[in-house]
Structure formats: structure tokens, C-alpha cells
Design a protein around this ligand. Structure first.
Ligand code: PLP
Length: 435
């Protein structure tokens, strides 16, 4: 029986009169998959409940932060305790030092860091710092990597921009994006060639070391190593944007997994445990250029907010207190990917499921997905019906082919079985046989 969405529909109609497309961030609008967004009332563990009381197993995880699932008891308890003590001081406080200590232990490359409020702010600040440090203007990024919505980084950005077929945003001066070079992800030869030519003018190379914004795309062997070697050779700052992968793929992020030490790192999402908190940091000599030590300006009224910091600390402490946290999570994700993948294979549905640690994307394509162009070959028009049928059966995947799904420590084997059962049922439907 179709789900009742009366309350969500009414809220959506009203939201349309309040926000552009009724939402406060583009991908929430379900534009890629059609229909109307669900209004979520609450989340607990691996599940969310919508405004009409329908329950879903959630693989969106608020787009990555909720590695412990929704309303983790310790995160709630410690955050509530922090609120009792005041919500913002605009001064240094003990909690931010304790959290920074944890971050530095996990990310030895972050010798000094700054807390900010969003991933966008972290990458924007890191780019400004790299420019200030090198005295150069040009930034090199990779097609399909999304680094937030600051002007310099909205060239060939993935995520929402890719979903809507808007590679660049209106309102960004050409003079700014002309200072951003883009190269296909995983194309070491193209990268090396451009560095040979432009190397001495390049301030920073910014990359998602595991890309999560064109769907999940893994770095090929040698790609990140080439970035490290070439930036070092040409005196450019290498920035690993670990807003998604930081504390997600290992406690030390993708840089721990690949054994590469970037010059600067950006963090967000898991770091804030569901609150607005992010960070940028790296080599001491670079970070010492930040005001008031140096001349690169960056500031924030709510930076290092004590409530967000408490939620982040509680999240990291819960992760670090469990010995096999990441192995367990990866095993669960492997099981999910294998089980769902077998259903597709049995039914002759062309697919590739890219996965890494607790991240995965189902691409409806026959070929390997390793960059922006190959991701675009996936049949996004097949993804929409799949998404809706799964949603109808209580499974909440990301509402776009070009996003990453996340498994949390709250997901159970029972959730995985339910997800597989929903996929099985979906593909018994006449319209989903795809013959
Ligand atoms: N960097 C990456 C890799 C991201 O995935 C995102 C957001 O999805 C950002 C930066 C921007 O973060 P925020 O949405 O917190 O501004």
C-alpha cells in the first residue's frame, strides 16, 4: 500500500512559499528523482521517521556526518550537558583544545588547525591560505569533486551542480573561475602535463582523496602519489579535502589509508557529529600565516562553538573507544553491497557498486566508474524509479545517482536484510525489469 504523505505534502506546499524550491540546500529538493521531498520528523539509530509517521532505514546519514547513526545516546547526553553551560562565548574554551588534541592525534599532518562552521568555510579558507602562503593565484581541482560553494571552487563541481547539469554557478565572476584549472579525476597524465606547464603559477591542488560527490569514485593506484610528488616539486600546496572522508574511512581519514601527508587538510561532517563544525589545518609554517599570526585573514563569530565542539568530541570519543570500529563498519557495508549486488546480477541489471569503508554508490552502468565522465554514463534515469520504489519500501537512499550513501554503526544485519528484501521486491515489478 502506498505510503501516506499528507503532512509532508502540506509542509512542502508551505515551504515552497518560504524557500527556493522549498528547501535550504539544492539536493534536498528531489529534483533529480522527481516527486516531493520528505519532511523528516525524527531520527533514532539507523532510522528516520517522516512527518506522517512513516519509518525508513536511512542511508543518507545527513549526507555523511552521522557515522554513529541518529541521536546516539552519548552524543545527545554530552551535547545537552554542554548546552546547559552556555551556548556560545566567543572566547577560547577548554573543549575546543580537547577536540583539537583528538584531531591532531588522528591527523598528524594537522600540526595547527582552525575550527570553522562548515566544509565550505574550511575549503575556502584553505584556498585563501594557500594563495597567501605561496603568493600565487591559480588553484587546480578535479572534475566532479565538490569542495563547497565558494566562488573559486564552483568549477566542474559534482554533487548538486552535477545532478542539475549546471557545471558552474551563475553569479561567479569569470575572472575568478579563470583562476581555477580543472583536470579529470584519476587522470595522472593530464595532471602531470598541466603541472609541467603551469606548476610555478599554481598555489594549490585540492582533491577529495576518495571522491564522494560524483557518486563514490576511488582514486586509482598512483594518482594521489603523483599529486604529492608534483606539488612538492613545484612548490604548490596540496590540500586533501577530507570533509567526507575524515573520520569516515579511518580515524585518520583517507590520508591514513593511502599513507600520504598533504600540506593542508579540511574536515567537516563527522567532526561535528551532526552540528555545524569543520576545520582546516596542516603544516605549521603554512598555518602560521593565518591572522593574527600572519596576514591571511579568516574569522568567525561561532567558530569552535562549545555545543558543536561537545557533539564532535562525543562522536570521536565513541568512535575511538571501540577497537574495531572501522573494520566492523566496513564488513557491514561489504555485506550490504554484496547482497544487493547479487540481486542485480541475478536479474541481469547492469550495475557497478563502488564502495570504500562505509561509503557506497550504486551506478546503473555496465562499465567502470572512475571519473566524472564515466559517472555521467550511468543511467541516472534508472536511478530515480529505483530510488522511489526503495523509498516506498522504507529504504532511504540518496535522492541522486551522483551522491554517496553512508552506513553507520547503528545499522544492523536486520537493516541490511530489509534493504536487500526491498531491492528484491522492487525488481519483481514489471517496470523495474529493464528488459
Ligand atoms: N567538501 C566536500 C568533499 C564535501 O562533500 C562538502 C559537502 O558536501 C563540502 C566540502 C562542503 O561542506 P558544507 O556542506 O559543510 O559546506
Amino acid at each position: 500500500m502506498p505510503k501516506t504523505l499528507t503532512r509532508s505534502s502540506a509542509l512542502y506546499q508551505e515551504a515552497l512559499t518560504c524557500f527556493p524550491a522549498g528547501v535550504n540546500s539544492p539536493v534536498r529538493a528531489f529534483k533529480a528523482v522527481g516527486g516531493q521531498p520528505l519532511f523528516i520528523r525524527e531520527g533514532k539509530g539507523s532510522k528516520v521517521t517522516d512527518a506522517d509517521g512513516n519509518e525508513y532505514i536511512d542511508y543518507l546519514g545527513s549526507w555523511g556526518p552521522l557515522i554513529l547513526g541518529h541521536a546516539h545516546p552519548e552524543v545527545v547526553r554530552k551535547t545537552a550537558a554542554a548546552i546547559e553551560k552556555g551556548t556560545s562565548f566567543g572566547t577560547p574554551h577548554e573543549g575546543e583544545v580537547a577536540l583539537a588534541r583528538l584531531v591532531k592525534e588522528c591527523f598528524p599532518s594537522m600540526e595547527l588547525l582552525r575550527f570553522v562552521n562548515s566544509g565550505t568555510e574550511a575549503t575556502m579558507s584553505a584556498i585563501r591560505l594557500a594563495r597567501g602562503f605561496t603568493g600565487r593565484d591559480i588553484v587546480l581541482k578535479f572534475e566532479g569533486c565538490y569542495h563547497g560553494h565558494s566562488d573559486s571552487l564552483l568549477a566542474k563541481a559534482g554533487s548538486g551542480a552535477m545532478t542539475f547539469g549546471v557545471p558552474d554557478s551563475a553569479g561567479v565572476p569569470g575572472d575568478i573561475t579563470r583562476k581555477t584549472l580543472t583536470v579529470p579525476y584519476n587522470d595522472t597524465a593530464a595532471f602531470t602535463a598541466i603541472m609541467e606547464k603551469e606548476g610555478p603559477r599554481i598555489a594549490a591542488v585540492i582533491v577529495e582523496p576518495v571522491a564522494g560527490n560524483m557518486g563514490l569514485v576511488l582514486p586509482r593506484e598512483g594518482f594521489l602519489e603523483a599529486l604529492r610528488a608534483s606539488t612538492a616539486e613545484h612548490g604548490a600546496v596540496l590540500i586533501f579535502d577530507e570533509v567526507i572522508t575524515g573520520f569516515r574511512v579511518a580515524k585518520g581519514g583517507a590520508q591514513e589509508r593511502c599513507g600520504i601527508r598533504p600540506d593542508l587538510t579540511t574536515l567537516g561532517k563527522v567532526l561535528g557529529g551532526g552540528f555545524p563544525l569543520a576545520a582546516y589545518g596542516g603544516k605549521k609554517e603554512i598555518m602560521e600565516q593565518v591572522a593574527p599570526l600572519g596576514s591571511v585573514y579568516q574569522a568567525g563569530t561561532l567558530s569552535g562553538n562549545p555545543v558543536a565542539v561537545a557533539a564532535g568530541r562525543a562522536t570521536l570519543e565513541a568512535i575511538l573507544s571501540e577497537q574495531n570500529f572501522y573494520d566492523t563498519l566496513a564488513a557491514k557495508t561489504d555485506l550490504l553491497v554484496r547482497t544487493v549486488g547479487e540481486i542485480f546480477t541475478r536479474r541481469g541489471i547492469p550495475h557497478v557498486i563502488n564502495h570504500f569503508a562505509s561509503m557506497f554508490t550504486i551506478f546503473f552502468t555496465g562499465g567502470e566508474v572512475f571519473d566524472y565522465q564515466s559517472a555521467k554514463k550511468a543511467q541516472a534515469d534508472r536511478y530515480g524509479p529505483f530510488f522511489h520504489h526503495m523509498l516506498e519500501r522504507g529504504i532511504y537512499f540518496p535522492p541522486s545517482q551522483f551522491e554517496t550513501a553512508f552506513v553507520s554503526s547503528a545499522h544492523t544485519e536486520k537493516d541490511i536484510e530489509a534493504t536487500a528484501a526491498a531491492a528484491e521486491k522492487t525488481f519483481t515489478l514489471q517496470e523495474m525489469t529493464w528488459k
